[in-house]
Design a protein around this ligand. Sequence first.
Ligand SMILES: [Zn+2]
Length: 75
Amino acid sequence: MHCKTCTDCGKDSYSAAVNSKWICPYCNIDLTNEPAKPATAKDEVHNEIQKHLVHMKSSNTLALGQQIGPNRKGV
Ligand SMILES: [Zn+2]
């Protein structure tokens, strides 16, 4: 897990893939060329990551639910 601090809004974002495209989740600017720092050691960082993961999971669940609804009607 790696962390980058946004140059625009100053907030930290996290990603497991440091070499892939990196967009700030807060203001959507491209942080791909910013230096990443390891974000595995600190518990408070881990808690932040958990919050992000929970948020992502709930978003995915909502999206899936919307897709499953119409399909089930047809089957
Ligand atoms: Zn930002």
